[in-house]
Write a protein that binds this ligand. Structure first.
Ligand code: FE2
Ligand code: FE2
Length: 163
């Protein structure tokens, strides 16, 4: 095949990287749905003066998670994928500390994944997506910080793992 014709063909390596990116973004979207549901439920069942401030914060988190879900669904569609309609499982507990810990653990997993996703987006030269993911990471770090503060613990370290 002449060189010119060859260059018109889509690079199979690029194609499979985009396919993997779509699949991983759908996992991220399922995690955003999980966060919307978790924050909606937890913010309404946290009772007692001690938890009033964080309950109000969780309501704000829920609204931001919906914005993230909208961005991801739009990007998945743009890349030619079908956005998932299935959330990851939301754990329930009677104890406020448990609920906040579930949220904190999920935020940490979410941040680790988005850090990888930025690299994947840049590897296929999708700089717009990488930019949006960076903005989302900033907000997830605020969520993580709010939860750790409410629990009176340190923010989990995500940087040392190099992801
Ligand atoms: Fe989010
Ligand atoms: Fe979050």
């Amino acid at each position: 095949m002449p060189e010119k014709e060859k260059s018109k063909k889509a690079d199979p390596q690029q194609q499979s990287a985009v396919k993997k990116l779509i699949a991983d973004l759908n996992e991220d979207l399922a995690r955003e749905y999980q966060a919307i549901i978790g924050y909606t439920v937890y913010s309404n069942v946290l009772k007692g003066a001690k938890w009033m401030n964080i309950a109000a914060e969780l309501k704000l988190h829920a609204a931001q998670e919906l914005e993230h879900a909208m961005i991801l669904a739009d990007q998945i569609d743009y890349l030619g994928g079908m956005p998932t309609a299935t959330p990851k499982l939301v754990k329930l507990s009677e104890k406020p500390e448990d609920m906040l810990q579930f949220d904190l653990d999920n935020e940490t997993v979410t941040i680790k994944n988005y850090r990888l996703r930025v690299k994947q987006a840049e590897a296929v030269a999708h700089y717009g997506l990488a930019e949006q993911l960076r903005t989302i990471i900033t907000q997830e770090q605020n969520h993580q910080h709010d939860l750790a503060t409410a629990l009176g613990i340190d923010v989990p370290d995500v940087f040392s793992e190099g992801a």
